[in-house]
Design a protein around this ligand. Structure first.
Ligand SMILES: Cc1cc2nc3c(=O)[nH]c(=O)nc-3n(C[C@H](O)[C@H](O)[C@H](O)COP(=O)(O)OP(=O)(O)OC[C@H]3O[C@@H](n4cnc5c(N)ncnc54)[C@H](O)[C@@H]3O)c2cc1C
Length: 444
């Protein structure tokens, strides 16, 4: 259920294993309808996502239309720029177009023998005992039902499949909305389609309580997103006239405003969307229903990992089917939820943690110094220290929960070292070296 990013990739995985798959999707076919507004236009794809795409042989064709982002560029209020590499030489996250990725995966899935996709089919609810779906044909407005043998709920953060599971006994569920929303805006291409900003960077305008970010598109434009409180003195509610919007952007994002000729129209017409973390458990029901992707673990977007985590679900499910075989679904579903749940929970925490880092800490010279010191520690103690960002983004063999635990330990070590460090050179002094060696070597 749901032919979004995870559903279409999962269909491909299941079909390659020889299963017959019927994919049902509420929306019309995205290859025939125009782009959807209100969801991010581009996404940061990183190594967990690539691994899942490689598993079905589609990574190279997607990479060919992605843009490598090797570093962050921070824009201060005066327009001064600072940079921070994401990883080591050769490491990058990729800006990819959501629509292109979804359409490519759908086309590949549909080309597999045994896969059929029906659009305009909205799941209303399930009858779990009878294994029956209740559907609405969105074109005719007719309700109908269909039986299922095994159902994969990949219908996103507000999953209808999950809503039915929520009514079963001992099903845990929480949703936490941030006080922040987001609005998508455009930084236009320069003359002849040239990128007006460094195209190999994710741009951030960190302003403490709020921020704007921008990711490059192939046509020379950037997709910018303002993350901003819903209410308060500086908020979506407070910017209630075009003049206030203009004045606010000129004060906060002065270097971007000349590149945003449609700012006021876009600000007025693009939706202000909310940001939610959803946790639930169990993810499976009696070995015949399984939730994957945002349906089981929707997270806020600040680590660029929601889709990557959903794609990793497909990798893990495929590995478990290799281990248990394609007949013992209860064992596979149980192993899947036990393995994935702690990792999804860790990723949800990491995503909130990174919001503070992006909107606030990256503007602090002390924080940037700390990151340089961490890079020195990583070089000095290979195998004993991997920066948290690298573990989450470029280390698909490190589970998210492990990365988060390691990251918290490393944060504790940096809290002890940084009071002794005021310049990069301080790291090489004897007392700092002694303490670093002792702390990094300790079992934690
Ligand atoms: C602003 C923003 C930026 C983001 N940036 C990143 C990023 O940089 N990197 C990253 O990895 N992730 C990012 N994410 C997260 C990413 O978008 C999601 O994690 C990802 O889309 C989840 O895929 P999914 O297939 O589980 O759900 P979805 O993409 O939501 O797909 C669900 C599908 O199910 C369909 N559906 C829903 N309800 C029904 C129903 N009742 N019946 C039938 N079909 C239904 C929907 O139409 C949709 O096609 C971002 C999210 C946001 C909001």
């Amino acid at each position: 259920m749901g032919a979004g990013l995870v559903g279409s990739l999962l269909a491909l995985y299941l079909a390659r294993r020889g299963h017959t798959v019927q994919v049902l999707e509420r929306r019309p076919d995205p290859r025939r309808s125009g782009p959807q507004e209100g969801r991010s236009i581009n996404l940061a794809l990183s190594d967990r996502g690539w691994r899942a795409l490689e598993g079905v042989g589609v990574a190279d064709s997607i990479r060919a239309v992605g843009i490598a982002m090797t570093h962050r560029v921070m824009h201060d209020p005066a327009g001064h720029l600072t940079e921070q590499p994401y990883g080591q030489a050769g490491q990058a996250i990729y800006s990819v177009n959501r629509g292109h990725l979804n359409r490519t995966l759908l086309t590949l899935a549909e080309a597999e023998p045994g896969v059929s996709v029906a659009f305009g089919q909205q799941c209303l609810h399930l009858d779990l005992a009878a294994r029956r779906l209740h559907l609405l044909d969105t074109a005719t407005r007719q309700e109908h039902s269909a039986d299922y043998i095994r159902l994969f709920g990949t219908d996103g953060a507000f999953s209808a499949v999950r809503s039915t599971l929520q009514r079963t006994d001992r099903f845990d569920y929480t949703q936490d909305f941030l006080d922040y929303g987001y609005k998508e805006l455009t930084i236009e291409a320069g003359p002849n389609g040239a990128w007006a900003l460094d195209k190999h960077a994710l741009h951030i305008w960190p302003r403490g309580r709020f921020m704007m970010i921008a990711l490059p598109n192939l046509d020379g434009s950037f997709n910018a997103t303002l993350y901003f409180p819903f209410e308060g003195p500086e908020s979506f509610a407070a910017l209630d006239t075009p003049a206030k919007v203009q004045a606010f952007f000129e004060a906060e994002f002065a270097d971007a405003v000349p590149l945003m000729p449609n700012l006021l129209a876009e600000y007025a017409h693009h939706p202000t969307a909310s940001l939610v973390t959803i946790r639930c458990y169990p993810w499976q029901h009696q070995g015949n229903v399984l939730l994957l992707g945002d349906a089981s673990h929707a997270i806020v977007p600040f680590y660029g990992q929601g889709m990557n985590a959903g794609f990793e679900d497909c990798t893990v499910l495929n590995q478990l089917l290799d281990q248990h075989g394609d007949a013992d679904w209860p064992a596979v579903f149980d192993a899947f939820q036990q393995q994935r749940k702690p990792n999804a929970d860790a990723m949800a925490d990491l995503a909130v943690y990174n919001f503070v880092e992006m909107r606030d800490r990256v503007a602090d010279p002390r924080f940037l110094l700390q990151k340089k010191i961490e890079a020195k520690i990583a070089a000095q103690f290979p195998g004993r220290w991997t920066p948290l960002y690298t573990q989450v983004t470029f280390s698909p063999d490190v589970p998210y929960a492990q990365a988060w635990a390691n990251g918290q330990r490393q944060d504790g070590i940096m809290a002890q070292l940084m009071p002794l460090i005021h310049t990069e050179a301080d790291y090489d002094t004897a007392p700092v070296q002694a303490l670093a060696t002792e702390l990094v070597a300790s079992p934690g």
